[in-house]
Design a protein around this ligand. Structure first.
Ligand code: DGJ
Length: 700
């Protein structure tokens, strides 16, 4: 028996494993393509289940090489020998997906495992996860509870692409050549972290061929391993909740479902891989339209903690004038929050600075024709807060160990039901009492003190993360009009599970435009433009500050922010009239191309490290249909303006070679090209604004 799961451009095929021990991956790729049945044991020194590319399996079923499930029963029985516990079923989900379920069990231990594999004709991703249930009379500890694995061919090793970083340097690409050994990346911080994004790309070395991506949908502590066993000729890529800092325990009859591991295979380059991810991520988003991607004005950088109602309304009037669609009051609006040293947890407006509370402020903003938005950090608590004084036991804490602050704050243990209930209730009250339709949910520290004030609690990250999801899901169901922007001191918590529950994400606190360009370049390589919140600010680059010696123009800053979901975070009251008019004309331009930027197919031409680079968006209306418009946003370094490095001809891709395209704004006839010309000869960037440009071509 062979089971076939069709994807958009191919199929994923599995067979039964020997002795009913699970499933073996047989092939992945175009119909009739790539079939790589791996060598079975060639000597009596080798065990078949260790050599075969098994779908997720347990230590005890596989004994020599890596396994995704590691279990231990309370009496010490360790490992699981999984065997078929029923028929494999392949059905059709409501959304048209093909869904395979393989029931397995270890009757001696008393554990059942249902492996799930799912594909959809609309994209090329294979989703994998597992459901686990303790059928024994004793607790079972899950020392590793990973529900999926991808085995990719790598006879001559592979180049592994990671997105690493630090605060303000997120999504920096790194390449690791892997021939033998295990590469491990992850986070013990209770959030995905700035250090690594939970996604890798794998390009097998040697012949040109396919490339692969694997991503974990989990927003707490996590680990991903890429295992290259010598002479096995493949890489085994698995991931799940972190198995170093956490242990999950299943009480008798209890079960859990592991996070989804998604894998994608493309024939093509890094941008083909990016487009394959974006096609999948479109199925995670509730919408991709402007209703949840408004042009934001956020007052954080203009005021930081000095939030005063008259000043906010002055900023709001200026923001409305330049065309902002929502005005978001960031940190500093609540009682006693005049610095980052106090008040997190006390989520009531500071009546000294906002007399009358949030209602009149929101009304004032709405009278200016904008929506009203608010920043919150619901998981955080300041030691100097009424909440902490009332409930010191609510903070994450390793029993008996003094708490340590990071950014002068602790983290609430959402995994405690009463804390979850309190956080949900607080947010419901805020959203119910005031007409807030945009919520920026921040999370500004890692949970280094993960745990709880009583002993136990090895599952703190699991519980915290599940509660975070429940709160987001509950709010979305009750307040569907509220757009949620996910932030974690920048891009500290971004993954597929967050994408499925929020509308936009804040990739980084770095808004200096040249550094930002590099961060966005990495971001767009795996994540979609319709989620990429990006603001124009007055801040310099943290890293790139002195490289050119010339500050980037306002135009440059706008074109960088227009590459995703445009926002403005500058002190616009300090801008002169000419700057505000300029800003307003960019906002108008952006509105005219927003749907193409958000839903069009993305191609990155060159890199921000070069003298000049561009991003092409081809598409796309709000539903993602191809309306034949192409947007090319381009940037160059000031120094490059005077040299050949600043000239850029972009060979467009994803076009219909036989169609004709006209440069918008040009005279009919003078700037009309065939798709073939634009692909083969390319189009020279005109540098309309010196260090940047936005060229728009319409199919005629
Ligand atoms: C970190 C965020 O990333 C910033 O945008 C801002 O909201 C601050 N927190 C506020 O404390």
């Amino acid at each position: 028996m062979t089971w076939i799961l069709p994807t958009r451009s191919g199929r994923y095929v599995v067979d039964p494993a020997p002795r009913g021990a699970g499933l073996v991956a047989v092939s992945w790729g175009p119909d009739g393509g790539e079939a790589r049945p791996p060598a079975a044991a060639t000597s009596s020194f080798e065990a078949d289940l260790d050599l075969l590319p098994m779908e997720a399996t347990a230590l005890g079923t596989r004994n020599v090489h890596g396994a995704e499930l590691v279990v231990r029963r309370a009496d010490g029985l360790r490992g699981a020998r999984l065997a078929a516990a029923g028929e494999v079923t392949v059905g059709r989900d409501d959304d048209g997906a093909t869904h395979l379920v393989c029931p397995l069990a270890d009757d001696v231990l008393g554990l059942s495992v249902r492996l799930h594999l799912r594909t959809h004709p609309g994209h090329d991703v294979v989703e994998k996860w597992a459901e686990l249930r303790n059928d024994s009379a004793q607790p079972v500890e899950l020392l590793r509870a990973w529900g999926g694995v991808f085995t990719v061919p790598a006879e001559a090793g592979a180049s592994v692409g990671l997105l690493g970083g630090a605060w303000s340097r997120e999504f920096t690409p790194f390449e690791v050549e892997l021939r033998a050994g295990t590469l491990s990346l992850g986070s013990r911080q209770g959030i995905t972290s700035h250090t690594y994004a939970p996604v890798v790309s794998v390009t097998p070395s040697g012949e040109p061929g396919p490339r692969y991506g694997v991503a974990l949908a989990w927003s707490g502590s996590w680990r991903m391993t890429l295992d290259a066993v010598p002479f096995a000729d493949h890489l085994r890529i698995a991931a799940g909740p972190d198995d170093e800092s956490g242990i999950l325990t299943l009480e008798p009859s209890a079960g859990l479902t592991t996070p989804v591991l998604a894998g994608v295979r493309v024939e093509g380059d890094a941008d083909d891989l990016a487009q394959a991810w974006h096609a999948y991520q479109a199925t995670l988003a509730r919408t991709r339209g402007p209703e949840h991607r408004p042009i934001v004005y956020n007052s954080w950088f203009a005021t930081t903690f000095d939030v005063r109602v008259e000043h906010q309304l002055e900023l709001a009037a200026a923001a409305a004038e330049v065309g902002a669609e929502v005005f978001v009051v960031d940190d500093g609006w609540f009682r006693g929050r005049t610095s980052d040293r106090a008040a997190l947890g006390d989520w009531e407006a500071d009546l000294h600075r906002i007399p009358g509370g949030l209602g009149p402020l929101a009304d004032g903003v709405r009278r200016l024709g904008m929506r009203f938005g608010l920043w919150v950090e619901p998981e955080a608590v300041s030691p100097d807060s009424n909440l902490y004084r009332a409930h010191p036991e609510w903070a994450h804490q390793v029993a008996g160990r003094p708490l340590e602050t990071l950014r002068n704050q602790y983290v609430l243990n959402l995994g405690w039901p009463e804390v979850e209930e309190w956080v949900l209730g607080t947010l419901r009250r805020l959203l119910g009492d005031t007409d807030i339709t945009y919520l920026k949910w921040d999370m500004n520290r890692s949970i280094a003190d993960g745990g709880q004030s009583v002993l136990g609690g090895d599952d703190w990250s699991w519980r915290h993360t599940q509660a975070y999801y429940r709160i987001l899901d509950g709010l979305r169901a009750e307040f569907p009009q509220v757009t949620v922007e996910a932030c974690a001191g920048g891009g500290g918590r971004i993954d597929h599970a967050v994408l499925a529950r929020t509308d936009v994400v804040w990739p980084s606190d770095e808004t200096g435009p040249r550094d930002r360009l590099a961060i966005q370049h990495g971001f767009l390589g795996v994540l979609p433009a319709w989620t990429m919140s990006s603001w124009v600010t007055d801040l310099p680059d943290l890293l790139d500050r002195d490289r050119d010696g010339e500050p980037p123009s306002l135009d440059f800053r706008f074109v960088v922010a227009m590459a995703g979901v445009l926002g403005i975070g500058a002190d616009i009251l300090a801008w002169d009239e000419a700057m505000r008019e300029r800003a307003s004309s960019f906002v108008d331009l952006y509105r005219s191309i927003r749907s193409v930027v958000h839903t069009g197919r993305v191609r990155r031409h060159g890199s921000p490290a070069d003298g000049a680079c561009a991003v092409q968006y081809t598409g796309g209306d709000e539903a993602g249909a191809d309306v034949g418009t192409v947007v090319v946003l381009a940037w160059r370094r000031p120094a490059a303006q005077r040299t050949a490095a600043g000239r850029l001809t972009v060979h467009l891709r994803d076009l219909d070679p036989d169609a004709r395209y006209r440069l918008r704004g040009s005279d009919v006839g003078t700037s009309t090209f065939t798709g073939k010309q634009l692909i083969t000869d390319g189009i020279a960037i005109g540098w309309a604004w010196g260090d940047c440009d936005a060229m728009i071509l319409d199919r005629v």
